[in-house]
Design a binder for this molecule. Structure first.
Ligand SMILES: [Zn+2]
Length: 152
């Protein structure tokens, strides 16, 4: 190989020109950030999809908690395994966390409504028909919604 600076011939593979001392070999590339393997990238898409699905179903009692808990667990494990990964997996983790909180609140509210209905808070449950007990639950949930929205 030939030195581009002085034109002297240098042995093949030399890093410095033996005549002028210029750098003639390409320096080894700086160590790149550890790359996220393609399978981790595709799993990041799955983490995001699970987050969205758990958010869509979070208003369904119990099922919402199960879906959100699974999505949240997978997202946490993924982010621990690939701390450098950003974007979709992080969004998925946030979505599944929100879904988990909302689904726990929804399930608790449903549980309260059913408990009150079955305990016969609205009168003797033996004298009430099922539609009346259900109606009491609906009325209670409407009242809670009204309080939450600040219209009372
Ligand atoms: Zn040279």
């Amino acid at each position: 190989m030939t030195c581009p600076h002085c034109g002297a011939s240098a042995p093949e593979g030399a890093i410095y020109c033996p005549v002028c001392g210029a750098v003639i070999a390409a320096l080894p590339p700086a160590p790149a950030r550890p790359a996220i393997p393609p399978e981790a990238e595709s799993r990041a898409g799955g983490i995001l999809a699970r987050g969205i699905v758990s958010l869509v179903f979070c208003e369904i009692p119990i099922l919402g908690i199960i879906l959100a808990a699974i999505a949240n667990g997978k997202a946490s494990r993924f982010l621990r395994a690939w701390p450098g990964v950003g974007g979709r997996a992080r969004v998925g983790a946030i979505l599944s966390k929100v879904a988990l909180i909302v689904s726990i609140a929804v399930t608790s509210l449903y549980g309260l409504i059913f408990l009150l209905g079955f305990l016969g808070i609205y009168g003797d449950p033996h004298s009430k028909t099922v539609p009346e007990t259900t109606g009491a639950g609906v009325a209670l949930s409407a009242a809670i919604r009204a309080v939450l929205s600040g219209s009372v």
